[in-house]
Design a protein around this ligand. Structure first.
Ligand code: GDP
Ligand code: MG
Length: 161
C-alpha cells in the first residue's frame, strides 16, 4: 500500500515519515520551505506495511509559487499513491494553504485520511477540532514527534482502504 504524506511546509510530514520508516531518512527542518527532496521508503504502522512517499520539495517546479508547489505535490501523490495522508498543524489551526490542499485533494479520486499533527498536550486539542472544517471527516490527532495517536491513525487508514 502506497501512502503519500501531503501538507503545507512545517506541519511535520518528514517527522512522521521518519517515525513510520523507523529511520531518519527525510530531513526535518525548522524553517518552512527549505529545499528538501521527495523521499520514498518502506515503513510500517503496527502490522500494516506501507510504502511511504514524503512529498516535500518540488524545487524544480517551473512556477515556484507555493500554490504551484502544492499542486505539484498533490499531483505526484495522486499519480503514485493508493491513499493520501493529509497533515495539518493542530497548534496553528487550519490555514488558507490547508484549504487549498483540501480543495485539490477533494478533486482527486483517492481516499484521504486527515490528521492534525503536533496535537500533544492541551495546546493541540482545539486545532484537531478545527480541522473538521476541511471536510474529510474526523481528524486524527497525532504527535509525530512523541509517537502519539498511532493506533488511531492505523484505524483511520484501515477504514479508508
Ligand atoms: P515538514 O516540513 O512538513 O516535513 O515538517 P518537519 O517534519 O520538517 O517538521 C517541522 C517542525 O515541526 C520541526 O521543528 C519538527 O520538530 C516539528 N514537529 C514535527 N512533529 C511534531 C509534533 O508532533 N509536535 C511538535 N510539537 N512539533 C513537531
Ligand atoms: Mg519535510
Amino acid at each position: 500500500m502506497k501512502l503519500a504524506i501531503v501538507g503545507r511546509p512545517n506541519v511535520g510530514k518528514s517527522t512522521l515519515f521518519n517515525r513510520l520508516v523507523g529511520k531518519k531518512i527525510a530531513l526535518v527542518d525548522d524553517q518552512p520551505g527549505v529545499t528538501r527532496d521527495r523521499k520514498m521508503a518502506e515503513g510500517r504502522l503496527a502490522s500494516l506495511p506501507l510504502s511511504l512517499i514524503d512529498t516535500a520539495g518540488f524545487e524544480n517546479v517551473k512556477d515556484d509559487s507555493l500554490e504551484a508547489r502544492m499542486r505539484a505535490q498533490t499531483e505526484a501523490a495522486i499519480a503514485e499513491a493508493d491513499l493520501v495522508l493529509f497533515l495539518v498543524d493542530a497548534r496553528v489551526g487550519v490555514t488558507p494553504e490547508d484549504e487549498t490542499f483540501a480543495a485539490l485533494l477533494r478533486k482527486a479520486n483517492l481516499p484521504v485520511v486527515l490528521a492534525a499533527n503536533k496535537a500533544e498536550g492541551r495546546a493541540g486539542e482545539a486545532g484537531v477540532f478545527d480541522a473538521f472544517s476541511l471536510g474529510f471527516g474526523e481528524p486524527v490527532g497525532l504527535s509525530a514527534e512523541h509517537g502519539e495517536g498511532m493506533a488511531e491513525l492505523y484505524d483511520a487508514i484501515r477504514n479508508a482502504l
